[in-house]
Design a binder for this molecule. Sequence first.
Ligand code: 16G
Ligand code: ZN
Length: 522
Amino acid sequence: MNHPKLINQILEYGTAGFRTKANLLDHVLYRVGILAVLRSKFKKATIGVMITASHNPVEDNGVKLVDPHGEMLAPDWEVIATDLANVSDDRLSSLIDSIVHKWEIDITSPSNVIFARDTRPSGSSLSASLLDGIKSLNSSFTDFEILTTPQLHYLVHSINTNGLYGTPTPEGYIKKLSAAFNQLHSNIKHETTPFEKPRIFVDGANGVGALQVKKMSKEIESYITIEVFNDATSGKLNHMCGADYVKIQQKAPEGVPIIPYERCASFDGDADRVIYYYFDSDKRFHMLDGDKIAALIAGCISDFCVQAGLSVDLGVVQTAYANGASTKYLTDTKMLKVACVCTGVKHLHSKAQEFEVGVYFEANGHGTVLYKASVKQKLNQVIQNGSSDDSCRVAAENLLNFIDLTNETVGDSISDMLLVETALKIKAIDVLMWDAMYVDLPNRQLKTQVCDRSIFVLTNAEQQVVKPESIQPKIDELVSKYKDGRSFVRPSGTEDVVRIYAEADTQMNADWLAYEVSLVVY
Ligand code: 16G
Ligand code: ZN
């Protein structure tokens, strides 16, 4: 038996695919190889597999499937994935037969699986196990080796649209984004140009994002200087650095110079999240998270639409972790529609698809923008009509390039960073003015271990606990004691913990509220 299952621990395909200690994953990767081929035959399309544990420690690893249009694996197949990963070796082949039968898969039809991995040392042996699984069903495949998660999503979508979305190569990805960025920046002309060529410090989390952003920076150096730190040459992946560290610790990563008002961006280990930050003249740290990125980008798109004379249905999708001040700013000041959904990219992504333009971001920095084909058609119409109003046409062109700069398949550190840089340039604002759009309510995140986190049943986009019944009234009572108080608890989908989020008028109050709520669930 190849890649025998040597552990009894049940692994579940969750929001992040399978994720655990790397040394427990050999048989899982082999079986995911089989799963990907079955999915490819079923969908009659290329399927992607990404080997990564994102922001988790370097000793962990994980794997997830990418569906034909670069989206997350459909929920009904998550169940199949879990079954396949956990079945005993002697029942594996009969389970495969039953999947083929139940889903009426033509096992003789062609299939294609593409895969990539982040920079974790365990990645190459796990990708060899994956390949053995793929080969066991004689599928065609391409090993793209080390890429960011969003690059793999881009490739899957590009292959399945025969190159319509972009040239299906890693170089095609760099070319598509850099061409759009350069075009936008050559178009931007302010009457008085208040800023020199911008510079940004990137914390690459010692991961794959550092390698890829260096390639990108060469292509766009006429318009922006990107200096990369924590670039995977010596430091440990995600250790004291990266988007998750910055967001959760609310402090700067190690390894990036502290220069007042210099814009800095932290990526995570597989480069699908980005968090901005800067220091003021007192060397005080200020963070601009996914909520602030969403506010900037949504505002910029809405301005483009107005200038192009278009009315579009634009909405912003958040989760319960979104800072209350950001929700208030989007709804009250910007008059935009805001929806709140459960944590996890698939929930945000599918909600965003309901809008003509759906901007979705998790506070942790994962997000992107989705555009309906109708928007692109309307923009092309504005350009073709040769509007007498030149600014109308320029705005339409700019928005089309903005769309090309977006990785519409999934959140993407590099693409999102370039969208932010473009929006700042277009609006002619610096990081301080961006930060001043609204003031974040002080907040705190904690986590606590419980005996059994599966007993928690939530409702209202994970903002309220239904079961155990005693918990929510206690949280409500605590929240009512604090000005601007808000708090919720939810079981993690990636760790064996329950997470606690709290915000209030002062940092001390947010800390206290989080602490008191943690005692309720403990
Ligand atoms: C996964 C999700 C991310 C979410 C996080 C929450 C995807 C691709 N990733 O990393 O969106 O924020 O889980 O983690 O869906 P938690 O359940 O441990 O809080
Ligand atoms: Zn990630």
